[in-house]
Design a protein around this ligand. Structure first.
Ligand SMILES: NC(=O)c1ccc[n+]([C@@H]2O[C@H](COP(=O)([O-])OP(=O)(O)OC[C@H]3O[C@@H](n4cnc5c(N)ncnc54)[C@H](O)[C@@H]3O)[C@@H](O)[C@H]2O)c1
Length: 365
């Protein structure tokens, strides 16, 4: 992919320059075009470990976009990308399922990588470090709807690393005066969401199975719920936040306020493909660390911006199906990338031994 070189003169144009870490990822691929639509100069730093070059390919020749292949765990890469930028949108991350397989690697990227970004932001005296948190920090709802005061109860190493990120961002605000804002989105879905390999997400994996006439698999009883947001709306929320200093220095949930059981998602997808849910939904054992209830409260965000997500789940799934059908891959090619139980560690015996050891000790006590 072409890497555009830009001048580092600080002109009026340069003040609009914004760096997006992880800009080639799922959410980043919607944030970058929306920033370009606002006529911002955008620098993306991404190591393409999970992000895809094709996500940004339609904009690669745009002179306002600079794409740097770099790693946020390498301070020199981050310094280069952040140089001359006035704002930061921090999205680079390794994800939940990867964290169950490789917790050390994920914390290195998510925590140390974030600290490198904060350091580079300080050095550049940016006017905003806009961090993307996750509703995973809340874990299974102690109460619903979950507002920003809901306790942190991480169910996975990923959630623990997201809490650490949020805490570091706020501490840099307190100790060094770094201007910050945090958006905390709930589950996202939509075009460019990963369906393949370890990273496959629930909705795209089910769509790919339905496209192939395969049964849709639910892990657990299907009564676990999520608060789904169409990805383009989260991208829009980040841009709104970047423009409104009165909403900075706080964490704001971004969610639909509608609770959807996983089983309902499977039923909607079956219906959209004309499949009988009775025959095409299969249940398997639950995933470890799967949160039980997720329903968010977005009233703080709404009080600042006057909107919350509007795209309903049926409409959003329809748009996502359209996107899948537009891909240059056949249905069976999409399915060939599937890893059904994509969280499992190769060597789980250690954890089972540990569990037995703990149970023995408890029994002795
Ligand atoms: N996907 C969701 O449902 C969801 C929900 C809530 C919050 N979020 C948050 O949104 C943000 C973006 O998530 P996403 O779903 O787009 O994830 P993603 O994995 O699609 O994108 C992350 C990007 O970071 C890049 N990256 C990973 N390690 C890197 C490194 N060491 N150096 C540079 N780049 C690196 C990846 O290549 C990828 O392009 C994250 O902060 C995530 O926690 C996501």
């Amino acid at each position: 992919m072409a890497v555009n070189q830009k001048t580092n003169n600080f002109t009026v144009e340069a003040r609009k320059r914004i760096v997006v870490t992880g800009g080639a990822g799922f959410l980043g691929s919607h944030v970058v075009p929306q920033l370009l639509d606002q006529d911002r100069e955008v620098v993306v730093i991404d190591n393409f470990s999970n992000g895809k070059k094709e996500h940004l390919a339609p904009y690669a020749d745009d002179p306002r976009l600079e794409i740097i292949e770099g790693d946020i765990t390498r301070p020199e890469d981050v310094r280069r990308a952040f140089y001359g930028c006035r704002q930061v949108i921090h999205l680079a991350v390794l994800d939940l399922r990867q964290s169950i397989k490789e917790p050390q690697r994920v914390s290195e990227v998510n925590i140390m990588g974030t600290i490198n970004c904060l350091e580079a932001a300080l050095r550049n005296r940016v006017e905003l470090f806009l961090h993307c948190s996750s509703s995973e920090v809340y874990g299974s709802g102690v109460y619903v709807p979950m507002d920003e005061a809901h306790p942190f109860r991480p169910e996975t190493p990923y959630a623990a690393s997201k809490i650490a990120q949020d805490m570091y961002v706020q501490s840099y605000g307190r100790v060094y005066g770094l201007p910050w804002a945090i958006l905390r989105p709930f589950n996202m879905y939509g075009p460019n969401s990963p369906w393949e390999g370890v990273r496959g997400e629930l909705i795209p994996k089910m769509i790919v199975r339905a496209m192939n006439g395969f049964p849709l698999v639910i892990f657990g009883d299907g009564d676990q719920t999520r608060d789904f947001v169409y990805v383009k709306e989260t991208a829009g929320a980040l841009l709104a936040l970047a423009d409104h200093p009165e909403a900075w220095s706080r964490c704001l949930n971004f969610c639909s306020g509608r609770e959807t059981p996983v089983r309902r998602i499977a039923e909607i997808i079956c219906r959209q493909f004309g499949l009988n849910p009775e025959r095409y939904i299969r249940r398997e054992d639950p995933r470890p660390g799967d949160v039980r209830r997720h329903l968010g409260d977005s009233s703080q965000f709404r009080s600042f911006f006057g909107f919350t997500p509007e795209v309903g789940i049926e409409e959003g799934i329809g748009l996502t199906i359209e996107w899948f059908k537009s891909l240059p891959l056949k249905a069976e090619e999409l399915l060939s990338g599937e890893v059904l139980r994509n969280w499992e560690k190769e060597d789980v015996s250690y954890r089972e031994d540990l569990f037995n050891y703990r149970s023995d000790r408890t029994a002795r006590i």
